[in-house]
Design a protein around this ligand. Structure first.
Ligand code: SF4
Ligand code: SF4
Length: 149
C-alpha cells in the first residue's frame, strides 16, 4: 500500500517536472522569437543602411575619373554587357585623346569588375555605393564629365 503511494508520488513529481520544463522551454523559445522580430523598413537585405556593413571587397557603382582616364577603350572591349559608351577625338597629347562621351549604364552592369581590372591608369573604380533606385530606367545611364570625380 505504502509502495503504491510512493509510486504515485513519483509519477506526479515526474509529470510536474515535465510540464515545468516544457513551459520554461516554451517561454524561452517565445522570448527568442520575440527578439528576432525586426521590421526592416529599408528594402536592403543587409542589416544596416551604411556601406560599413558591406563585404570588404564589395563592388558597388562604378566611378571614372576622366582626368586620369586615357580613353584607351580597354574597359569597353572587355565589358560583357556593352554597358560602357566611349567616344574620343584626337588631341595634341597622343597618349590622351579628348573624351567626348563616357557613359556607364548601371542598369546593364553586372558589377563583374573586368573593366576595373583592365584599366591601367586606375581611373575606373568600384565605389561602395549600392543605392541605385531611380524612377526612370534612363536615369541609370550615367554620363561622366571631366569635372566629375
Ligand atoms: S563591371 Fe562588368 S558589366 Fe559592369 S561595366 Fe565593368 S565590365 Fe561591364
Ligand atoms: S580602361 Fe580605364 S583608361 Fe581606358 S578608357 Fe576605360 S576607364 Fe579610361
Amino acid at each position: 500500500m505504502k509502495n503504491n503511494q510512493k509510486l504515485k508520488n513519483y509519477i506526479r513529481f515526474f509529470i510536474w517536472l515535465k510540464l515545468t520544463v516544457a513551459l520554461v522551454i516554451k517561454y524561452m523559445i517565445g522570448k527568442e522569437t520575440e527578439t528576432k522580430r525586426i521590421t526592416e523598413l529599408y528594402p536592403d537585405r543587409v542589416s544596416s543602411k551604411t556601406d560599413k556593413d558591406l563585404p570588404q571587397k564589395y563592388r558597388g557603382l562604378l566611378e571614372n575619373d576622366l582626368n586620369t582616364c586615357t580613353g584607351c577603350g580597354e574597359c569597353v572591349s572587355v565589358c560583357p554587357t556593352s554597358c560602357i559608351a566611349l567616344q574620343t577625338t584626337p588631341s595634341e597629347n597622343i597618349s590622351k585623346p579628348n573624351i567626348e562621351i563616357y557613359k556607364i549604364d548601371y542598369g546593364k552592369c553586372l558589377y563583374c569588375g573586368l573593366c576595373v581590372e583592365v584599366c591601367l591608369p586606375q581611373s575606373l573604380k568600384h565605389t561602395r555605393k549600392f543605392e541605385k533606385a531611380v524612377t526612370l530606367r534612363s536615369k541609370l545611364n550615367r554620363n561622366f564629365t571631366m569635372d566629375e570625380k
